[in-house]
Write a protein that binds this ligand. Sequence first.
Ligand code: C2E
Ligand code: CA
Ligand code: CA
Length: 553
Amino acid sequence: MLRLLCETSNSAFIYYNYQDDRVETIANWEHFFDFQVSHIGELDKLYERVEEQYVLPLKEGLFIEKQNRERQTFEIKLKERALCVEVEVNIVYDEQGRPTDKIIRFKDITRMMAQKDELTYMAYYDILTGLYNRNYFVRLLGEFLRRAETEHCKVAVMFLDIDDFRRVNDGIGIIAGDDLVQLFGQYLTNLMSSNVIISHFSTDIYCIGIYDPCGARSVETIYRVIRERLQQPFKMTDGQEVKMTVSVGVSEYPEAAVGTLELINCAEIVMFKAKSQGKDAIQYFESTILDDFLQTVTIQTKLKEVVFEQNFTMYFQPQCFAEDKKLRGVEALIRWKDEQGDMISPAVFIPIAEKNGAIVPIGNWVVEKSVQIYADWRKKYAYPLILSLNISAVQCKQDCFIDSVLRILERYGVSPQEIELEITETILVEDFEETKKRLSDLRKTGIRISLDDFGTGFSSLSYLKGLPIDTLKIDKSFVDTLLTDMNTQIITESIIYMVKRLGYETIAEGVETEEQFTYLRELSCDIIQGYYTGRPMPADGVEKLLKELTEKG
Ligand code: C2E
Ligand code: CA
Ligand code: CA
C-alpha cells in the first residue's frame, strides 16, 4: 500500500538513515533523474543536474541538519529537461537532538509554474493576438506621456477599427472572423518596439501608441506599412482568403490632449469621422471634429433633457482647511460617460462646448444638478459646507445668468452664501470693467467668487486689487514645481502673502503629497485641494464623509 501511494504521488523521495548510513530512492525517481544514489556522497550528482543558479541553494538545503533545522522547502530547475522541482528536506532528530533520519521529497511543479506564468501573461497581454491588453496599454501610454513631458516630445495615438467587421464576420463565419482578428493582431506585433506599443482593445479595435513619432515610426509610415499589408489577403485556417480595410483616427500629445484616456478618446472620436467619410482612411485630430460631435449632443439635448442624466454625472472634490484638514467645501466637477461607458474628460469637451455654445445647457445642468445634490446633503447633515461650481466665461456673460442661478438656489432652498462660483482669468480679459461689475452684482447677492487657475493666464498681482472676489485658487502648475524650483517658491510665497493682504482666501490646487501640503501650510495657504486630501468622488462618497463628520460631532 505504501509503495502504491508513493508511486502514484508524482513525487520522488530519498530516504537516509544516519545510523546505518543507508540511502534509498523511492517512488518516481526515474521521472526526475537518470542515475541512482546508493551512498550519501553521491548526492553530489544532483548538483550537476540543476541549473547554475540553483547549485548553491541546493547544497545548503540538502544539509540543514548542520544548522539544526527540521525542515526546508525550496525550488530548483533541472538543466536538461527543464523541470521545475520543489524540494522539501525533513530531518528527524532523537531526544538528544541528534539527526536520525533524513527524507528529501522532489515534487514536479512545472505545470503549476507554467500556469503562474500564464496568469502573469494574461495580466499584460491579449491571449488571442499577443498584443498588450487594454489596461496595460493605458499604463504604458501613461508612462510615454510622463516621459514626453520631461523630454518635450510628442506622443501619437492611432485608433484602428476594422471596417465592416460585422459583415465580414457574417460572410466568413465567426470562427474565421476570430482568425482574421488574430492574424491581423499577430501581424501588428511585428511593428512593436520600445517606442511603439500596440494593444488589442476589443474584437475589431486596435490601438497604437508611438513615442516621439518620426522616421520609421511616424504615423504616416506605420499607416503606409499597415495598408500595404492589407493589400494582401489573410489566409484563414479553413483555407479561405479574406481581405479587409481599417479606419484610423490619430491624436497627438500635447496638441489634442494631455491625459492618457483623453488622448485615446480623441483618437476614437476622429476615427468615427474617417468611417463616416467612406472608411479605409486615416483622419488626424482637429478640434472641429469634436465640435461636430458635440453639436450632435447639443441637438439631442435640445430634444430631450433626459440625455443629460444619461451621459453626465457630477463628481465632487474635497477642499480642506490647511490648518486642521477639516472639510471646508467641495468643488463640483462634471463627468461625461459615452455610450460605451468610457469617461470623456471635461478637459477635452468643456473647451469645445465653450466654442460651440453647448456649454450653456451643459452649464445650467451642472448648476441645477449640483445644487439639488447639495440641498439633499444640507437636509441630512448639519455641516457647514461650501459648494464650488465652475462657471465658464460664456455662461457668465449671458444676461440671464445671475437670475437663473438665484432661481435654482431658491427652488432648492439653498442660500447664496453657501455657493462659490469659480471663474477663470480669461473672463476678465475681454471686458474688464463690464465683468467686474457683473461679478460685484453677483457678490451683492451673497454668492462667493473664486478666481480659478490663477497663474496660468495673464495673471498679474496688480490687477487683483479691487477685484470683487473672495478666494483665489493657485494653479496646480505652481504646486507641481513648488518643492523643486526656487522661482516657483518665491512667486508662490509672494502670491499668498499679497493675496492675504488684499483680504482674499487662498486655495492651492492639485496638492498630491504630504511634502507639498506641509510646505503650503507653512506659507499660510488657507485651503488645500488635491489628491492628497481627496480625489473627485461621486455624491455618495461626499455623503459618507459628511456622515462621519456629523457623527463625530
Ligand atoms: P479645474 O477647475 O482646474 O479642476 C481641477 C482639475 O484638476 C480636475 O480635473 C481635478 O480632477 C484635477 N485635480 C484635482 N486634484 C488633483 C491632483 O491632486 N492632481 C491632479 N493631477 N489633478 C487633480 P477635471 O475634473 O478633469 O476637470 C478639468 C477641468 O474641466 C476643470 O479644471 C475645469 O476647468 C473644467 N470643468 C470641470 N467640470 C466643469 C463644469 O462643471 N463646468 C465648467 N465650466 N468647467 C468644468
Ligand atoms: Ca475649478
Ligand atoms: Ca483650477
